[in-house]
Design a protein around this ligand. Sequence first.
Ligand code: HEC
Length: 109
Amino acid sequence: MMKQFNLSLATGMLAAVLVSSAAVADDPQNTPIPAFGSQCLSCHGEDGRPELADVPIIAGQQPIYLANALRHYKSGERTNGQALVMQEMVKNLSDEQIVALAQWFGAQQ
Ligand code: HEC
């Protein structure tokens, strides 16, 4: 009886560990920013909420909007305001990297 109890307890604990690690892996909010985006945090803050008053909050913004904004800086279509700063930031990013960063910032709550 005792043996059986321990076995089911262990199985239940294993299942709980598997479920929770899968949830973390699928959740961009709990995943560090991809390495190619680490420089973004110096201006936009650790989670997309900047301390700098003239840098936009991008945490939780729509990922498609963010990706389009980054593409427009890269293509030179967006040039107003402080766009020059961002043009420099995205010039060497691929579209896959832009999408990944847009999803990461969009997932920050
Ligand atoms: C040197 C500071 C700095 C760094 C580093 C930086 N940004 Fe920015 N970012 C800005 C500023 C300032 C703006 C506002 C630009 C403007 O006026 O269009 C901005 C704008 C943006 C916008 C547009 C937001 C909107 O609402 O339209 C996005 C998206 C963005 N940054 C993402 C990033 C990503 C991703 C990185 C890293 C690859 C990054 N930024 C790195 C300063 C920075």
